[in-house]
Design a binder for this molecule. Structure first.
Ligand code: TXA
Ligand code: MG
Length: 338
């Protein structure tokens, strides 16, 4: 079994991780969204390790991470449209992934045999320094075991992957806490495949035509699964059964207080916990703080041994839509609207 080291993100340790990557090993890394499990995008053995370590189905493609626009040349010839330029000028570096036509040199395992490749330019200084020192794109899915909530601290990565990877660079808690917005651009249309911190309204400030994929708020049809393969799998799930309740606070309280029981928990916004005598967790007040906390809370439900948890649904505007999307999936679409 490999010993897993948690390394403070000093320059020296970043350079040690670059050596791991050059040797075909994988490393846990911080980004502004969630922690990633990074490997050399052009080393087939290293990429295969990612799928094995995470237990990830091979038909779910990976995102390639770059640290400057020149690195696009490794991956795509599709960066010429003015819409792509306007969007990336505004949101890169940052929590936005763009699906583009791939170059033939992109490994089939990376793109899951699709004609496209997902590309992200993170803003996190540690991630950028690591990719820049490595000199080529790195693939990095979220650094959780497949199906589990995404990790937002080095300790989350450690808890999921200890003994399976050599090193985790510790960059503290992730600033955003939810994975990047994933979009595809077709002509003058921008389609959001996965919502994130770059919201629909933010995209509308640079693109006239922005639509939301059906897979964001509904269980997948087979067509959605083809466009956005990751959306067809169970996701973000703690052991507890999650019930997402979209209602006013008073309706939430009444519904939950009628259904209390052993190991039944509820998760509410900050300041609302007073209505419940026990088994209550809070996950923030503002949408930004809810985004930062939601994956930790899903993990916490396992730590406290919850069997069932009633979750207060966030608003669906701005980054709230991304939180709502993750909770819908964590609950297996177990949604109650009151
Ligand atoms: O914020 C993030 O994006 C994080 C950090 C580490 O960068 N990464 C991340 O990767 O969330 P992952 O593998 O957990 O999610 C990637 C998503 C999946 O839903 C996958 O199906 C989708 O992106 N994806 C990747 N390549 C695609 C492609 N060519 N076409 C459509 N969807 C794609
Ligand atoms: Mg993931």
């Amino acid at each position: 079994m490999t010993e897993t080291k948690i390394l403070h993100a000093s320059i020296e340790n970043i350079l040690d991780c670059v050596e791991y990557l050059k040797n075909g090993d994988v490393v846990g890394i911080p980004t502004e969204t969630v922690y990633g499990l990074a490997a050399d995008a052009f080393n087939a053995d290293a990429v295969a390790k990612i799928f094995k370590i995470k237990g990830r189905p091979s038909d779910n493609p990976l995102i390639c991470h770059i640290s400057d626009l020149k690195m696009l040349d490794y991956l795509t010839c599709g960066q010429d449209s003015s819409l792509f330029r306007n969007i990336t000028q505004k949101f890169w570096p940052g929590p936005l992934t763009v699906i583009l036509p791939k170059k033939a040199s992109v490994l089939d395992l990376v793109s899951a045999n699709l004609e496209t490749v997902a590309i992200r330019f993170p803003s996190n200084a540690i991630a950028r320094s690591l990719i820049g020192s490595f000199g080529r794109p790195l693939v990095a899915p979220s650094a959780n075991l497949s199906g589990r909530p995404s990790p937002t601290t080095a300790l989350h990565v450690y808890n999921d992957l200890k003994g399976r990877i050599g090193a985790i660079l510790d960059g503290g808690e992730c600033e955003i806490g939810l994975e990047s917005t994933v979009i595809r651009i077709e002509g003058d249309l921008v389609e959001v495949l996965r919502p994130g911190a770059v919201s629909v309204d933010m995209l509308k400030s640079v693109a006239a035509n922005v639509s939301l994929s059906d897979s964001v708020l509904k269980p997948n049809s087979s067509n959605c699964a083809a466009v956005s393969p990751g959306m067809k799998y169970a996701h973000y799930s703690p052991k507890a059964e999650i019930v997402l309740i979209d209602s006013s606070f008073s309706s939430f309280c009444k519904y939950v207080l009628d259904r209390t029981g052993r190991d039944v928990w509820c998760v509410v916004f900050d300041g609302e916990q007073g209505c419940f005598q026990k088994n209550v967790l809070t996950f923030g007040s503002s949408p930004a703080s809810q985004a930062r906390n939601v994956f930790s809370i899903l993990r916490k439900l396992d730590e406290v041994g919850a069997r069932k948890a009633f979750f207060r649904a966030p608003s669906k505007s701005g980054i709230g839509l991304a939180i709502y999307n993750r909770l819908l999936r964590a609950s297996g679409f177990n949604l109650v609207v009151l």
